[in-house]
Design a protein around this ligand. Structure first.
Ligand code: PMP
Ligand code: GLU
Length: 446
């Protein structure tokens, strides 16, 4: 439209009808419903810790869950070698990489992954979202506690997020009975159950019997399961049991390079969608991928082929991480339990989910009645960065926190001759745990 054909007069352009600026319209358009789109708590605590440190404060960084280990060196070499790869790659991912990913998971998890049904994405986070967005109207069943991004993603995907609450007594896991009850009450709606083992924020996995029973309830009621197994390779005893072993036809599995390969910032995740789920869902996921991220960075995909090729060196690299994480995780849980902060010893990954319930009274005397107040005060008084249980879907007054025990020198500890605890490499982490305990005791005395 040319200026001369525009119906407005100059009076209109400057007059009283121009009531709102673009910024106002945006602000009003959202109607204050910013909850689903504010920054993720995990990324926020990372920023906060960085800012406090930059301001000269000493911070024990137990907030953000990033691998402390270096990226597997042959993969770093491969990335350098492929730095000049510049072409867009197939939306679904490089065929050679999908082959390798399928072989890797078939080998390590004893499942049967079909390379034709593997999707490579820029982090498993976006793949989870792609799955939720590609489903018909569904209930997304999300255990509480569980990872911070599932529920916001479900809402962004216009799905209904349903919370299934777990407790310390059930090792923070939902029970087969809970799933059964929900299915009986809501027989008609499509359901996607998200399971994450070893868990973030709990560090825990299902025992085999419970997992089999959950699988059989899911099968009986036609529940789709999303098994987020990004920490699977980091099961401390190497005993990860893929959910797809017990429910192959109804389990979509996600994983990626972020945890076991130390490469969170490379942004490469993988998803397997079993052929039994048909072609429509799969086509929609690929459609979403093609309209949004197009393909994952080419050099990263080439490097990932190396990362996913099993060699004795790769096995040793993963095994060393398991040993280190197990020793540190067990130590932290034991110290917290001694201080009457009940904490399940971890099965895998690098998180603990301590519960300060036994200190409720003394904390209340210090004006602390919620998990958010607890973590705010621990950061302020003791310089310990943690995330509150409420960020993981727990009731605000439940006094749980997530502790990511990653504040140590993973590069030094990769060397197998290094002893793990009582070394300079873990001093900060040890001091951080002691700082929590002392902060609690200080409260008792005063
Ligand atoms: N699931 C869980 C449980 C996580 O902790 C994370 C954190 N990185 C992700 C998924 C996403 O990982 P990424 O996008 O780096 O593959
Ligand atoms: N998964 C990590 C955490 O829970 C951080 C990365 C993220 O949230 O995307 O702390």
């Amino acid at each position: 439209m040319t200026p001369t054909s525009h119906p407005s007069s100059s009076a209109d352009l400057s007059g009283s009808e121009t009531q709102s600026s673009v910024a106002d319209r945006l602000e009003n358009g959202y109607g204050g419903a910013g909850e689903a789109t504010r920054s993720s708590d995990t990324l926020l605590i990372n920023e906060q810790s960085r800012l406090l440190e930059a301001g000269g404060k000493r911070i024990f960084k137990f907030g953000f869950g990033q691998s402390p280990f270096p990226v597997f060196d042959p993969a770093v070499q491969a990335l350098a070698e492929h730095a000049a790869e510049k072409a867009y790659l197939p939306v679904q991912g490089l065929p050679a990489l999908r082959e390798q990913v399928a072989r890797f998971h078939s080998d390590t998890d004893h499942v049967s992954w079909n390379p034709e049904r593997v999707v490579v994405g820029p982090g498993s986070k976006l793949l989870l979202f792609a799955l939720m967005k590609s489903l018909p109207e569904a209930d997304i069943l999300i255990p509480a506690p569980s990872w911070v991004s599932y529920a916001p993603q479900a809402r962004m995907a216009d799905q209904r997020a349903v919370k299934l609450e777990a407790s310390f007594e059930t090792r923070w896991q939902i029970t087969p009975e809970q799933l059964e009850a929900y299915c009986v009450e809501n027989p008609r709606r499509l359901k996607l159950l998200i399971l994450n083992a070893p868990g973030n924020p709990t560090g825990l996995s299902f025992d085999m019997q419970t997992q089999k029973r959950l699988a059989s309830v899911a099968r009986r009621h036609g529940v789709l399961v999303l098994a987020d197994e990004i920490y699977g390779q980091l099961h401390h005893r190497g005993e990860h049991r893929a959910f797809a072993l017990d429910y192959p036809e109804g389990t979509v599995t996600t994983s990626g390079l972020s945890k076991w390969c130390g490469a969170g910032g490379w942004r490469l995740g993988v998803m397997h969608v079993p052929a039994e789920l048909g072609t429509e869902l799969f086509a929609r996921i690929l459609g979403l991928a093609s309209e949004t991220w197009s393909s994952v960075a080419s050099p990263v995909q080439y490097a990932a082929i190396t990362a996913y090729t099993r060699t004795p060196e790769l096995d040793a690299y993963i095994e060393r991480q398991r040993i280190v994480l197990s020793e540190i995780g067990q130590w932290c849980a034991a110290r917290l339990n001694e201080a009457n902060v009940r904490t399940h010893a971890p099965d895998g990954g690098f998180y603990l989910f301590p519960d300060f319930e036994a200190h409720r009274e003394s904390l209340a005397a210090r004006g602390i009645t919620t998990s958010a107040e607890l973590t705010a005060r621990l950061l302020e008084d003791a310089g310990v960065a943690l995330l509150p249980g409420s960020a993981f879907g727990c009731r605000p007054d439940q006094l749980t926190v997530r502790l990511a025990y990653v504040d140590f020198d993973g590069s030094a500890l990769m060397k197998s001759e290094q002893t793990i605890l009582e070394q300079a490499t873990t001093t900060t982490l040890i001091q951080g745990i002691i700082a929590i305990v002392e902060w609690l005791n200080h409260g008792h005395k005063s």
